[in-house]
Design a protein around this ligand. Sequence first.
Ligand SMILES: CC(C)(COP(=O)(O)OP(=O)(O)OC[C@H]1O[C@@H](n2cnc3c(N)ncnc32)[C@H](O)[C@@H]1OP(=O)(O)O)[C@@H](O)C(=O)NCCC(=O)NCCS
Length: 194
Amino acid sequence: MIQCSDLREWGPMTPNVLLRDVTVEDLPIFFEHQLEPDAQYMAAFTPKRKDDFTAHWTKILSNDEIIKQSILIDVHVVGNIVCFEQFGVREIGYWIDKKYWGRGIATSALSLFLLKVIERPLFAHVAKRNIGSLRVLQKCGFEMFGEDISIPNELGESVEEFVLQCVGAPRFDAGGMPALPGSYETSTSSQCNF
Ligand SMILES: CC(C)(COP(=O)(O)OP(=O)(O)OC[C@H]1O[C@@H](n2cnc3c(N)ncnc32)[C@H](O)[C@@H]1OP(=O)(O)O)[C@@H](O)C(=O)NCCC(=O)NCCS
């Protein structure tokens, strides 16, 4: 059972960054995002052909067990963030349009997402070479959990990965609002009560 809080009462962590449910209209935008070679290298991701990509995301959209949100700056879709079950644990993943890298968007989006998805622990598999994603996760309270080898791609290639885990709840300020992005309890507190 997936537990979600209602984000609307919290609003965005930082101005302009918003999350909302993914729509079919977002899929061609996500398709373009995954064509960027630098992003593919970071994420050790093999790009999909349009038909395969659309079929893959259509399945995701019809699966209520997968939490999927589009990341928006104002009205512009700049990426996506998802939480899904893999090998019996809840995993997260995200992708930001290269044009918007380096502006704190992934950090803000993941911070918001961690308010919405209150289940813990959450895990993330990250290619060891993906320094940016490792930094995003660590800023949002994920801690090193172990190492793994990725599932081989269509060419049979695998990469070494770090596995990170999030067990903590976000912190709140005196007014009950989420604290700044990156301000998270860590494994000293495994409760997630909010
Ligand atoms: C990884 C990714 C999500 C980062 O998105 P972003 O919006 O640029 O990240 P942020 O701006 O929030 O950056 C957060 C931190 O990571 C650092 N960072 C981001 N990209 C980096 C890079 N390529 N190399 C080194 N550091 C990087 C930033 O400097 C920042 O650190 P700081 O606050 O100490 O300065 C984005 O590059 C992306 O979508 N890549 C392709 C898909 C992918 O890798 N997904 C994750 C799979 S696990």
